[in-house]
Design a protein around this ligand. Structure first.
Ligand code: GDP
Ligand code: GDP
Length: 434
């Protein structure tokens, strides 16, 4: 996990152009509070070996100047609360605008590194014009052109220089289980119930508890850290931002864990926000357990659970080999089963299958079902091995790896899942030349 850097600024100054230049992979975080759906982007970058996450808080609602202004205030507030450093972007083409001044006023009070990037400085004339941004009172500025990258190196040098060193929070090597989910799903209640003491104040208001706290926990003779993403109260006044924080916290907790316990509210289901978290965990190759909480609130008929489960699995496709536990924290129903399952998923994820055994099992299957010929060529898989990575990855060695298509990869994955236990664990399969 690295520092968080937020980019703020008026619409159209070039924030997303800059963002896209820098990041290797983009994750959208979608806010859907009060009927407003918008994208905020989050991605990873590094410069001179320093890793950081970049948030483009730029998504905004189309509307009047007032709406604009309110949005910018939120953006800045979010950045101030959440980021370790802020890049404030302005546009040399338009010069200093009243809104820039307003943002600068907010940022001058901030006790965090603020870097002023004057964008669209594509020529010498503009370089001269950029001088006027000194008037914002933020000191030195960085003239850049996001479209071609000029000047961005100096900006990034200064950025990583200014980033605070992160404390190493992971002193121990214990497995990390992150409890994630939307606000109000019951995460704090779940952790309280497990720990058996009122460490957190549980209330009905979404977003009263924020941040993440680790608790060392011992159960079934197995020691681990529970990472709570609903911890300390945030000071943000903006409801929308609270939802965003909770997702941001989940993102950080997920990146830093071994298994995600994804808690959802049975009365709300596996909705868009929950799906975002699920895919994030899946893409990060983390173990996953789905905990359907508040099961006590549902009217149940004979097949309710089965149907509910099937509906979730449809949404999870193609990665459906994930345990789903129906629990009620209120009634203390199946909460330990949840932990037991997480321990099992952790073990599945750390499983190392001996090459000999893997080949004994997989080669006959492959022989009975070889990859279909492609462009008249036959793919011959000779042997396979599990790679020494923290999460399961397999290499299958063959003559023509480029001819193995996705359906065959899925076939191999399904067989691996059938023959060995990888429940709750994303696996990666490579075909390599031999
Ligand atoms: P955002 O609303 O702040 O995210 O701005 P965008 O990244 O969408 O950019 C707005 C417009 O400015 C687009 O048409 C970009 O192509 C343009 N733009 C961005 N960076 C530069 C630059 O360095 N030079 C010039 N001339 N145009 C730029
Ligand atoms: P968090 O925001 O995810 O940490 O959610 P909380 O733990 O604060 O719980 C939100 C609300 O849901 C509180 O009022 C809890 O009492 C309630 N709650 C939690 N678990 C259950 C449950 O299993 N059943 C019912 N009926 N309510 C629950």
């Amino acid at each position: 996990m690295g520092n968080i850097v937020a980019i703020v600024g008026r619409p159209n100054v070039g924030k997303s152009t800059f963002f896209n230049r820098l990041i290797q992979r983009r994750e959208a975080i979608v806010d859907s509070v009060s009927g407003v759906t918008r994208d905020r982007h989050y991605g990873k970058s590094d410069w001179n070996g320093r890793k950081f996450s970049l948030i483009d808080t730029g998504g905004y609602v189309k509307g009047s100047e007032d709406v604009f202004e309110a949005e910018i205030d939120k953006q800045v507030e979010l950045a101030i609360d959440e980021a370790d450093a802020i890049i404030f972007m302005v546009d040399v083409e338009s010069g200093v605008t009243p809104m820039d001044e307003e943002v600068a006023t907010l940022l001058r009070k901030v006790d965090k590194p603020v870097l002023l990037a004057v964008n669209k400085v594509d020529n010498n004339k503009r370089l001269e014009n950029a001088v006027e941004f000194y008037s914002l009172g933020l000191g030195e500025y960085f003239p850049i052109a996001s479209t071609n990258g000029s000047g961005t190196g100096d900006l990034l040098d200064a950025l990583v220089e200014a980033l605070p060193e992160l404390e190493e929070t992971d002193e121990d090597d214990l497995p990390r289980f992150a409890v994630v989910g939307r606000p109000n799903a019951g995460k704090s209640s779940f952790i309280n119930a497990l720990i058996g003491e009122e460490r957190y104040i549980v209330t009905d208001i979404a977003g009263t508890t924020r941040d993440s706290i680790d608790t060392r926990y011992n159960r079934f003779g197995f020691e681990f850290n529970l990472v709570d993403t609903a911890g300390i109260r945030r000071k943000s006044k903006v409801k929308e931002n609270l939802e965003f924080y909770s997702v941001m916290r989940s993102v950080r907790a997920i990146e830093n864990c071994d298994v995600c316990l994804l808690v959802l509210d049975a009365t709300r289901g596996f909705d868009g926000q929950v799906q975002n978290i699920f895919w994030l965990a899946q893409r990060n190759r983390k173990g996953i357990v789905i905990l359907v909480n508040k099961w006590d609130l549902l009217e149940k008929e004979t097949n309710t659970m089965k149907e509910y489960e099937a509906a979730i699995r449809r949404e999870m496709e193609p990665f459906t080999d994930v345990p789903i536990i129906f629990m009620s924290v209120l009634n203390k129903q199946r909460i330990f089963k949840a932990i037991e399952t997480a321990v099992r998923v952790y073990k599945n994820r750390s499983e190392k299958i001996k090459t000999r055994r893997l080949n004994d099992v997989m080669l006959p299957i492959i022989e009975g079902n070889p990859p279909p010929a492609y462009k008249g060529k036959y793919v011959k898989i000779k042997f396979c091995t599990q790679l020494p990575t923290p999460q399961p990855q397999f290499a299958f060695f063959c003559n023509l790896p480029q001819y193995v298509r996705d359906p065959y990869k899925r076939f191999i994955e399904n067989k691996l899942r059938k023959e060995f236990d990888f429940e709750g664990v994303p696996i990666t399969i490579y075909f390599r030349k031999k």
